[in-house]
Write a protein that binds this ligand. Structure first.
Ligand code: ATP
Ligand code: MG
Length: 139
């Protein structure tokens, strides 16, 4: 995957709360092009694998239970400077600290149920995209 791509998930809380359409609109309006997308659900084991980097953190159990409790939207997004610009668009991990107009400020519930995921590096964007999509599902 080239470095102008990032990976995102609309998390179970935002799906449950009916925010898929509004979040996708905001992503498109911010200049990101969708190059892969699917509606899917992580098993508990898949959530543990996806978030393995956090396995020693105290919130790991809560995080993987949450991420596997319902469907998500997974997508690969393309834009110049995608990783950094998408992190700016989603805002701080804790919506209470997120800037006005960011996706988490608008749609997140709290620090654990925070509406969206955004890759934190080009390397992780490639790993996370490959976790969810086969090559022929990426355009
Ligand atoms: P993400 O990786 O989902 O885009 P992030 O990079 O902003 O979020 P991370 O530090 O990678 O934040 O944490 C991953 C996820 O774990 C957070 O998005 C949140 O759902 C959950 N999380 C992080 N910190 C806490 C916490 N202190 N308590 C509960 N859940 C947390
Ligand atoms: Mg992260």
């Amino acid at each position: 995957m080239s470095t102008n791509r990032t990976f995102t998930m609309i998390k179970p809380d935002a799906v449950e709360n009916g925010h898929i359409g509004a979040i996708l609109e905001k992503i498109a309006a911010s200049g990101f092009k969708i190059v892969a997308m699917k509606y899917t659900q992580l098993s508990l084991r898949e959530a543990q694998e996806f978030y393995a980097i956090h396995k020693e953190r105290p919130f790991f159990g809560e995080l993987v239970e949450f991420m596997s409790r319902g469907p998500i939207v997974a997508a690969i997004l393309e834009k110049e400077n995608a990783v950094e610009d998408f992190r700016a668009l989603i805002g701080a991990t804790n919506p209470a600290d997120a800037a006005e107009g960011t996706i988490r400020k608008m749609f997140a519930t709290d620090i654990s149920e925070n509406a969206v995921h955004g890759s934190d590096s080009d390397e992780n964007a490639a790993i996370e995209g490959s976790f969810h999509f086969a090559g022929r599902e990426v355009y």
